[in-house]
Write a protein that binds this ligand. Structure first.
Ligand SMILES: [Zn+2]
Ligand SMILES: [Zn+2]
Length: 287
């Protein structure tokens, strides 16, 4: 499999799914966007461009490259177990999905990793562009984790390509502002993470943020007890985003890039200062 073919498959699939989902959510949106597209899309698409360039710059240091190296050297659990090719292919895709689920849970619970990941959650609406809004440092860390998993398991290169294309497509799909018909939604939830399932993960309520971690397969959340069927406040009462970084200025590309290194938006801190001053004045007036 040539590198050019892999890139063509990945870019072609991502572009096709992006256009399809953007059209769908434009024609039949699930929710009325609180902030809208115009303030959000330049930043989100800018992050997508930076992430794509960062991955290209790594050249052969990719997950496919790791799989080809492992195959060449005969490394990995699947090789030790003597798994037939097709079994290793299916097991590889499923195992990588479990790795990404576990990575997502860890990124929520380890404070410095949450700093990187929370930029994804700080989007004030969710739509197709939120599906590609991940900090470049999170993308690079995730790449290293996937490379380690591929080498340890001996995942075939074709399984990596299938997984990467699927992960990208399902991320665009499950962040889209669309709804499946209710009967289809009930069935689809057993096969793939749906937009209505993933929106709970973008709730401002922390207990809901820490649920529905899956991107492709919905099984891991059900298996490990992190599944939530719907937001507590219902579809209409659901607020998207985090309690911090709620100003429109935080949607700009530069602010997205610097969010991991800031505690809260400077705008909020500035707005807080008069209150603190009043508080100090009140205290100083007391006998
Ligand atoms: Zn998350
Ligand atoms: Zn998300």
């Amino acid at each position: 499999m040539s590198a050019g073919l892999v890139i063509a498959i990945r870019v072609g699939a991502a572009a096709a799914v992006f256009v399809a989902m953007a059209l769908w959510e434009w024609l039949a949106p699930r929710r009325r966007l609180a902030t809208g597209r115009r303030p959000r899309w330049p930043g989100n698409l800018g992050i997508w461009a930076i992430d794509s360039v960062a991955i290209r710059l790594l050249g052969p240091l990719t997950v496919v490259g790791a799989a080809l190296l492992a195959a060449d050297k005969g490394w990995g659990l699947f090789v030790l177990l003597g798994l037939p090719y097709w079994t290793a292919l299916v097991a590889g895709v499923i195992a990588l999905d479990l790795v990404i689920y576990a990575q997502h849970v860890v990124f929520h619970h380890v404070p410095w990793l949450w700093r990187l990941h929370r930029m994804h959650h700080a989007d004030l609406d969710i739509d197709v562009t939120t599906g590609v809004r991940f900090h470049p440092l999170e993308i690079l860390l995730s790449l290293a984790i996937k490379m380690a998993a591929v080498v340890a398991l001996g995942v075939p290169a074709e399984a990596v390509v299938i997984f990467e294309v699927l992960l990208n497509a399902t991320s665009l799909f499950n962040h889209s502002n669309v709804a499946l018909p209710p009967r289809l939604e009930r069935v689809a939830r057993w096969i793939v993470v749906t937009p209505q399932m993933h929106q709970v993960h973008h709730s401002i309520a922390r207990d809901e943020t820490d649920s529905n971690f899956g991107f492709n397969l919905p099984w891991w959340d059900r298996l490990f007890g992190t599944y939530r069927a719907a937001p507590k406040a219902g579809e209409a009462g659901l607020t998207i985003g985090l309690p911090i970084f709620r100003e429109r200025a935080e949607l700009r590309l530069w602010r997205l890039l610097t969010q991991p290194f800031r505690d809260a938006s400077e705008l909020v801190q500035a707005a807080d200062r008069p209150d603190q001053n009043q508080y100090r004045q009140r205290n100083s007036q007391q006998p």
